[in-house]
Ligand binder design. Sequence first.
Ligand code: AMP
Length: 448
Amino acid sequence: MCGIFAITNNKNAPHFTFLGLFALQHRGQESAGIAVENANGIIYYTGMGLVSEVFSNNVLENLKGENAIGHVRYSTAGSSDIINAQPLFFNSSFGQMAIAHNGNLTNAKKLWRWLQHQGAIFQSASDSEIIAHLISKYPAGNIETSLAKNLRKLQGAFSFVFLFKGRVIAARDPFGFRPLLLGKVGKSYIFASESCAIEAVGGKPLRELAPGEMAVVSGGKIRFRMFSRKRRERKCIFEQVYFARPDTVVSQRTVHSTRCEIGELLAGENPDLKADIVAGVPDSGTAYALGFSRRSGIALQNVFMRNRYTGRSFIQPNQKMRDFTARLKLAPIKDVIKRKTIILIDDSLVRGTTSRKIISSLKKAGAKKVFMLIASPPVISPCLWGIDTPTKKELIAAKLSIAKIKNFIGADSLRYLTLKNLVRACANGLRTGFCDACFTGNSALSNK
Ligand code: AMP
């Protein structure tokens, strides 16, 4: 998963892109990058780590230009390496260009081999590079027509922002798997993965780009065109379950409100569950627990202190040290837990490792019983479109029955939300088509 941002015709473009990426940090922490365009052409800077680590004031001061695009990366295709950091930069027959991409292309291998066979030399291992080779190899008049024609060759998930001389172009795949929003601040147009990034620069979100739509901003004016025929929308439902920031608006309400409603629906599905307290696994489970408490009347409590200063646990040199860091991240609040029957809610259960650790920590702190609730259905299938779910072999719900998963995580009971109620809350009464292949295994449907 990744986050993308673009802003046009703004003298603060590099700084606003920095702020936009900062707001999208939750979508990727491996690398960050910004490309800006000025009278001398495109310049760009990328680095490994968090936005605030990559962009010092010095670096930002050297990026001057009024059009900019940016990217934060969470690798799902290609390794975590500076060579795959985006925006990617190219010199093409259309002049200089920079690309930032969110999503996974499902026909990347095929296109990759085919382009290599035609003589293309790839500089990164990321599937995002393919579109640059396609438009170079198969130009069709101007850059817009060329992009429109070649985007049709891509399959899978893509939200793109492109930076060319005097032009920013944004495009969203024909199924709309990954989000991409249009916004405005003053006279400047903004494109961003989430509304929270548009609001971070004082902008106003206007609308989502439609599946298969392309927006071109040049000379301060915006134009729209469809590059693909209209398909049934397949918006990723996992965005609302886990990925999106709580203050981001999806389906005309904040993700926080959707999660609270899911919590209420969970309470409605489980009226027989009785406990002293209900708690969410911080931070992703907190809104669900709030909704559950509201509907059930069971008191909401914090059972963990989440330490925000631990950084990324993989930096530690060995497993033992990594385990310590994991423990530092979530510390049990003992007197709240002791002798209590606890309903614990998390957004999802993937490998089962988080729940197992957390339940063991609650039990060590004296919890009498832990009833685990998951605010989404069992994840039984890997995501082909960019969510970092492991292979089927590692997905616990693809291998074990719910009773066996319950034993593995050490819970006294384990229940999941029904897909019907998840879709109901995420759609919020709108006619939205979702990709729910991770919960149904129905990936073929999502490709049609
Ligand atoms: P697991 O420990 O493998 O069962 O993963 C479930 C936990 O990871 C939950 O606490 C989620 O909040 C979190 N999670 C779910 N999906 C992802 C993802 N794609 N990347 C990182 N964390 C995730």
